[in-house]
Design a protein around this ligand. Structure first.
Ligand code: GDP
Ligand code: MG
Length: 163
């Protein structure tokens, strides 16, 4: 496989919602063998004529989800290894959490491009929160709403520039 985008982030930030949006966009086909490999969901997306595979990490972690060590760390390290581009989802409703910082510390060390999606920016006002995520020391955050789709086009323009 090539052109792999992995969606990473702590639980409940909206990874799966975004995954579903990215793969349904442009009538991408859902992979029927999803979930069979390494406990991940795979889907296919297309944007401006570029085709890519999307991996939804997380949601399949057993045990505690509020500490970074163990399954969550393993998941993000595997994603870094597997992906060409990483999409780190954070939540404008909660702002930066300690778990976000743990993810950011690992992602910062990866040599892969990392996009930051400040999700749940459903309104313009909520979108202003996105700037807070500059503090993570990664790239410029994109204010998006996985739920209503706002901001996802600009984000995808950036992502597919690597494919
Ligand atoms: P995951 O655990 O990171 O995969 O998160 P989910 O995709 O399961 O979403 C967690 C919760 O956040 C659900 O209740 C979603 O409906 C909600 N959610 C996801 N995206 C958005 C969004 O853009 N705006 C708002 N308001 N809620 C969202
Ligand atoms: Mg999920």
């Amino acid at each position: 496989m090539s052109n792999i985008l992995a969606i990473v982030g702590r639980p409940n930030v909206g990874k799966s919602t975004l995954f579903n949006r990215l793969i349904e966009q442009k009538k991408a086909i859902m992979d029927n063998v999803s979930g069979v490999t390494r406990d991940r969901h795979y889907g296919f997306g297309e944007w401006t004529g570029k085709y890519f595979t999307v991996i939804d990490t997380g949601g399949y972690v057993h045990g505690s989800e509020d500490t970074f060590e163990g399954a969550i760390r393993e998941q993000v390290e595997l994603a870094i290894e597997e992906a060409d581009v990483l999409l780190f989802v954070v939540d404008c409703h909660t702002g930066i959490t300690d778990l976000d910082k743990d993810f950011a510390n690992v992602l910062r060390r990866s040599k892969k491009p990392v996009y930051v999606a400040a999700n749940k920016a459903d309104t313009f006002e909520k979108g202003l929160m996105a700037a807070e995520f500059y503090e993570l020391g990664l790239s410029e955050p994109f204010a998006i709403s996985a739920e209503n789709g706002s901001g996802t086009g600009d984000l995808l323009d950036g992502i597919v520039s690597h494919f």
